[in-house]
Design a binder for this molecule. Structure first.
Ligand code: KG4
Ligand code: ZN
Length: 358
């Protein structure tokens, strides 16, 4: 089966061609037109600019994706498109384009939830997780833990009560001078900080975790893992404490070591996710785990979550970096399962800003 997929929920316009056979998925093309440079000027995504940029890019990247895959529209068996959640104006561009293409060429159409799409990135490479499994969705807008009982059936078992993990990296990163989106720069600066604190260029995270002597008391921050026995988080508490800390330094005229600060922030965020993953695996002994979303690209988190899962004898699936951020190949993978389930859409399909998994 040949799937053409679209993603336009935020600041990347993406189109991909993915084949599915008895051997699994094969990504033939995966085009991502990023608007990040445009939004960087404003320190975050400007919805109206995003919609316009999607409109300008979508037709071009569709033909680029088809051409790179060596496929013509008449050979496409299925069109998949992100329909929610996200910026409504941005989503509408992809949804309307996909609807028109499907209707005009009489190709079946399926709507895909963006978060299920992120999780489906784990199906694009072998080996891949088989339901039931636990999925951690860590992105700019989501910090959630799901039990995936079937490729299309999700139950939410933990979530953030306020900010998302990626959003918190972006906001704090901006305050210490990392350009938007700050995730990757934060990751690199934290690495520098861990190495500086421990003097160990290889096992820096392990050393940092093991002994408080590496942790500057002045840089103490609260854990975003709620300690109420739930699988929930609060990243706004961590963010506020970090902002207060930055203010204290500024007011007293002391110079902050931003690498050590970034490392501490990353450590608290990572340990919180590690703790809730550990609890989730204890609660669901039949489950392996998949980690998804832009923040799944974080090198410290990838390593630490792998340790947690392996210590419990579970398998962990974290997509290669190219499939962690927003892309359309992941939407094709989830689209395939929606199609198999019979969840077809037609020209009445509408976009929604809201989550469908609640
Ligand atoms: O999934 P995604 O591409 O878009 C949403 O659906 O939100 O996630 C984007 C988020 C941004 O907040 C970005 O800063 C973060 O993922 N991110 C990272 C890293 N790379 C991207 N966060 C931490 N470490 C990274 N290496
Ligand atoms: Zn995303």
């Amino acid at each position: 089966m040949i799937i053409l997929a679209f993603e336009s929920s935020c600041d990347e316009t993406a189109a991909a061609v993915v084949f599915h056979s008895s051997e699994g998925f094969s990504v033939k093309s995966n085009i991502v037109a990023s608007q990040i440079e445009t939004h960087r000027l404003y320190g975050g995504v400007v919805p109206e600019i995003a919609s316009r940029a999607h409109t300008e890019a979508i037709s071009r990247i569709t033909y680029e994706a088809l051409e790179a895959a060596g496929v013509s529209l008449s050979e496409v068996d299925l069109i998949a498109v992100t329909a929610n959640p996200g910026l409504i104006g941005a989503l509408l561009v992809g949804v309307n384009f996909a609807k028109a293409l499907a209707a005009q060429n009489k190709i079946p159409l399926v709507a895909v939830d963006h978060i299920k799409g992120h999780v489906a990135a784990a199906y694009l490479t072998a080996p891949s997780p088989k339901p039931p499994f636990i999925a951690l969705a860590l992105s700019g807008g989501h910090t959630a833990i799901y039990r995936v009982s079937d490729y299309t059936e999700y139950e939410i078992i933990g979530t953030t009560r306020d900010d998302a993990i990626g959003e918190s990296f972006d906001k704090i990163g901006r305050l210490i001078g990392i350009p938007y989106p700050a995730g990757r720069g934060f990751d690199e600066l934290s690495r520098e900080g861990f190495i500086k604190a421990t003097g160990d260029p290889t096992d820096f995270y392990g050393k940092y975790k093991k002994s408080d002597s590496y942790k500057d008391r002045e840089l103490s921050l609260p854990s975003p893992a709620l300690s109420d026995g739930s699988l929930d988080f609060s990243f706004s508490g961590l963010k506020t404490a970090a902002i207060n800390l930055l203010h204290r330094y500024e007011q007293s005229g002391r110079e902050l070591d931003s690498a050590l600060f970034a490392a501490r922030y990353t450590y608290e965020a990572t340990e919180a996710v590690a703790k809730k993953l550990s609890m989730a695996l204890d609660k669901y002994p039949d489950c392996d785990v998949a980690v998804a979303g832009g923040v799944a690209a974080n090198s410290h988190l990838r390593k630490r979550l792998t340790e947690v899962a392996e210590a419990k004898g579970r398998r962990i699936f974290i997509p290669p970096l190219v499939y962690c951020g927003d892309n359309a190949a992941m939407i094709a993978a989830e689209g395939y399962y929606e199609y198999i389930k019979g969840n077809l859409s037609d020209s009445s399909l509408n976009a929604s800003a809201l989550d469908s998994i609640v």
